[in-house]
Design a protein around this ligand. Sequence first.
Ligand SMILES: [Zn+2]
Ligand SMILES: [Zn+2]
Length: 347
Amino acid sequence: MASHTMTAAVLRQIPDDRLHIEAVPTPQVSQPDDLIVRIGACGICGTDLHIMEGESYLPELPFVLGHEPAGTVVAAGADAQQWLGKRVVITLFTGCGHCPQCRLGDERLCPDVVSDTGVFGAWGGYAEYLRIHAAQAVAVPDCLSDIQAASLVDAGATAANSVRVAMTGHPKRVLVLGAGPIGLLSAEMLRSEGVAVQLTQRSPRRRAAAAALGYDVVGSIAETDGAFSAVIDATGSPDVFNDGVRALGPRGKYILAGYAVVPNADFAEVSHKEAEIVGIRSGSRKDLTNIIELAAQGRVRLPQIVTWRLAEINEAMDAIRGRKVDGKVVIVPSQGQSSRAPRGEKQ
Ligand SMILES: [Zn+2]
Ligand SMILES: [Zn+2]
């Protein structure tokens, strides 16, 4: 098994714009249902940056972020031996285990949630190794690499949950706001269901990437045709809600896949349409399994992925802050796998 210490990117204070690359104790199996995962890849999510800014969750410090890990199980407790050697991604939330939400597999909605791996309560995947409960493990098929699988852990589960909610209304046309990883994966899932999709995206580069995948993508909601059965808001921006509701048809669903405080929300428009607003918090185990399966079958194309080494994680975060990357950013702990183009070159 691994040595006693491992390299991790440690958050030492909040707010801070830097993680500290240092040696920390390697996690060990201590409970019968523990798994130790050797991280092959871990995606960066906007929530990581918000936590570091002090505008989101407040994990107990020091803390290791990273809630989009994928890797290989290298040690397992007595009750979880069947996972040894398997490649896995993880569900993030551990709940109380006995409330109605936990019993339905909706641990993320548990009122007494214990941990959200890499966000609070349990260290995450910006490290060489990660300890999880066996109940969190989801097998990854061989045809998906760790890097590809990591791009789906939160973005994919969120998209799958959003689309599941949209599909309950048997939508004819859906508008997806934002063509980042969550927006694109939502669009891909809708397309695989035979639903017509239009996308909005402000950044011309991201717009071009979506158009290259064959999407009808415009710069703003004002340029869309309106009367959509559902709008999936994957922008996380406070500026699109009112226009987004205006783009709905009667009894349309406004699906909030991002977290934003909207100061001047126009609820008159919501009432006039008897619109429904539904929040989305990541996804369930079933959502994650679903998107992993669709990706493995090639029915969902993955967003562009750019990798950085763990030692370069601050550089990767700076690139995201500076809006210099269009695709999904994934951290790899091992050496020699950085895929990003040299500075100034087009990715
Ligand atoms: Zn996230
Ligand atoms: Zn619970």
